[in-house]
Design a binder for this molecule. Structure first.
Ligand code: NAP
Length: 309
């Protein structure tokens, strides 16, 4: 019984060691050298090439190497098997830290100090608001969004969230679907995107959405780069409608050296590291889910193929 992993070749030994340390006794092989196709029961993958998973006729479960699954659902020959998201508690905690830290960074206006420090300029002072006076709006109230909401509330922010289906979360104002998006945006000072990437959410942060935010608001983008229409973001910043942006994810990663984002004075960037958890923690989540499956219990975090996440 083989678990095949599609990851960078230099990551393979690290994953193998981490999974074996969790007690996984299966044969573990790299995608490029899977052994007999009939032996492969599980695939643990990042961005498998189209048709790659269909090579394994006895494949039972497809595990994503990340929380997101858009890199698997894009395969037109995807076998009809459960696709499972890798939801490690450390990932959601780290995403909550990232979004809360970014919200505080924006609320205290610290992006204004980045360039003066780099260029050894004098500081200018400005007044900012208390977190309790600032409304953070979360696009997405799933595993990540709910973890963010908890930490943002603890930091003192007012928190609202938007999702596809109705939610009831104590202390969080909730908005549902396209019909309630304008009201959600109108009551947002800092918009944090933690949506999955689907056909419906691609380019969701476009000129229309940015225009519906109050003047002087800011955004945090930590879902996927394809959520953001980059020219629209630049226009909104340069016109003064948007105050600042904290970006962890980009349409093209790594970001091209000549990209205009690098030198923008009101963009602060990180290299898609918002939710990065240790191999050990992610291996524990995968191994625990395989254990559940083999003990006849339902798999956790199975993605919904129709919804795309
Ligand atoms: P999740 O549990 O599946 O939750 C997704 C949320 O988005 C749900 O609240 C869902 O609504 C909402 N949603 C989806 N499509 C929507 C639409 N068309 N309109 C309105 N709401 C919609 O996902 P998660 O575990 O929170 O992860 C979210 C994403 O975070 C991942 O897919 C990944 O892209 C990103 N992520 C990034 C990093 C990083 O390092 N930057 C790390 C981890 C995750 P319902 O609740 O109604 O279903």
């Amino acid at each position: 019984m083989t678990l095949v992993i599609k990851c960078r070749p230099d990551d393979f030994v690290v994953w193998k060691d981490a999974l074996q340390a969790c007690g996984l006794r299966h044969e573990i092989r790299h995608w490029s050298d899977p052994g007999p196709p009939d032996d492969v029961r599980y695939a643990f993958v990042w961005a498998p090439e189209p048709g790659g998973l269909a090579r394994f006729p006895k494949l039972e479960v497809i595990f994503s190497l990340a929380i997101g699954v858009e890199h698997i659902f894009s395969d037109p020959q995807l076998p009809d098997r459960p696709v499972v998201r890798l939801v490690a508690p450390e990932t959601t905690a780290r995403m909550a830290e990232y979004v809360t830290l970014s919200a505080l960074f924006i609320q205290r206006g610290w992006y204004r100090f980045v360039r003066p420090q780099k260029d050894q300029l004098r500081w200018s002072y400005y007044s900012d608001r208390l977190a309790s006076e600032v409304k953070v709006g979360l696009l997405g109230l799933g595993e990540v969004g709910r973890a963010c909401a908890g930490m943002l509330k603890a930091a003192g922010f007012q928190v609202n969230g938007w999702s596809r289906t109705p939610k009831n979360i104590e202390g969080v104002g909730t908005f549902t679907g396209k019909a309630e998006l304008p009201a959600f945006l109108a009551s947002t000072d800092i918009l944090a995107c933690v949506l999955p990437l689907t056909a419906e959410t691609t380019n969701i942060i476009d000129a229309q959405l940015l225009g519906a935010l109050p003047r002087g608001s800011s955004i945090i983008s930590a879902g996927r780069g394809q959520h953001v229409d980059e020219p629209a973001l630049l226009d909104a910043l340069d016109s003064g409608h948007l105050e600042s942006a904290v970006l962890d994810v980009f349409r093209q990663e790594p970001l091209a050296p000549e990209h205009v984002f690098w030198s923008h004075p009101r963009i602060f960037m990180t290299p898609h590291c918002a939710g990065l958890a240790t191999y050990a923690e992610r291996a524990r989540s995968l191994a625990a889910n395989i254990d559940r499956y083999e003990n006849g219990e339902p798999l956790l975090h199975v993605a919904d193929r129709a919804a795309g996440y």
